[in-house]
Ligand binder design. Structure first.
Ligand code: BT5
Length: 239
């Protein structure tokens, strides 16, 4: 797969820059920034993006743009593999878009579609690598590779490993319409299934046991003898 990396010292958000590039009809571009001044997560939540982290967005023009959740899954698989290889840490995936270590968030993924004459997808990946500390609001919930391992990491190496793994899944499974393959690999790294979870949905809170993942990446939760499909949202798990 041919791709280009555009590296910036500082951007508002790598997602914004990738959106700008999509208007120029570019794709297979990876936008990287050392610092983001307006990094964001889902629902416009703030994403802390100081120096030391890996902040990047992958701009794609997939053959089809259904089941974007599967691209979030592909990115989380790639991140977990890179963390395990480069840091020797047993990181796992928390549905739908987090990579964590012992319940502390190491990485968040944000997948956004841009639909028009051509359809684009931007997969944003934020991984805490070499930060020493975090702002108050996430101090108890976030972790960095450095904070856990007490050493510095080569961010470029971690990034390249993520890119290679991601494009492997994207080309061989996503674009070839093999969702089951992606879900199978993803399940191997996800430790949400089998746990008691509470999901915050638009219709309120649902508590129950996470029993599985559907073909489109939704979480199945068994609550009071009924199985409910959670398409998107946040879940809390007690580790
Ligand atoms: C996410 O959102 O987890 C997706 C984050 C995606 C960030 C990348 S960085 C490159 C690209 N450019 C962007 O502007 N974004 C993408 P969500 O599931 O909504 O989680 C957001 C929540 O995570 C916040 O409300 C905080 O509680 C927490 N948080 C913020 N910054 C964090 C950090 N650096 N590490 C861990 N948790 C953080």
């Amino acid at each position: 797969m041919n791709y280009k990396i555009y590296h910036f010292k500082s951007l508002t958000s790598t997602q914004d820059k990738a959106k700008e590039l999509s208007k120029k009809r570019l794709s297979n571009i990876i936008v990287v920034a050392d610092v983001q001044t307006k990094g964001h997560g889902r629902l416009k939540r703030k994403w802390h993006s100081g120096k030391g982290g890996l902040w990047m967005s992958i701009l794609l023009k997939p053959i089809k743009t259904e089941s974007l959740q599967l691209l979030t899954f592909a990115a989380s698989i790639a991140v977990v593999r890179s963390i395990r290889k480069n840091a020797g840490l047993k990181a796992n995936i928390k549905w739908p878009n987090d990579v964590h270590c012992n319940g502390k968030k190491l990485c968040g993924i944000l997948t956004e579609g841009i639909f028009g004459i051509d359809n684009y997808v931007i997969v944003g990946i934020g991984l805490n690598a070499n930060q020493k500390s975090f702002p108050n609001d996430i101090r108890s919930t976030a972790a960095s590779l450095r904070g856990i391992r007490h050493r510095l990491f080569d961010i470029g190496k971690i990034r390249n490993d993520i890119i290679i793994s991601f494009f492997d899944i994207y080309e061989n499974y996503y674009n070839k319409n093999k969702p089951n393959k992606i879900i199978k690999i993803w399940r191997g790294y996800c430790d949400t299934i089998g746990k008691d979870v509470t999901a915050a949905t638009r219709r309120g809170k649902i508590s129950g046991k996470a029993t599985g993942i559907s073909k489109d990446g939704s979480l199945m939760v068994k609550s009071k003898n009924k199985t409910i499909k959670i398409i998107e949202g946040d879940i809390s798990i007690r580790y």
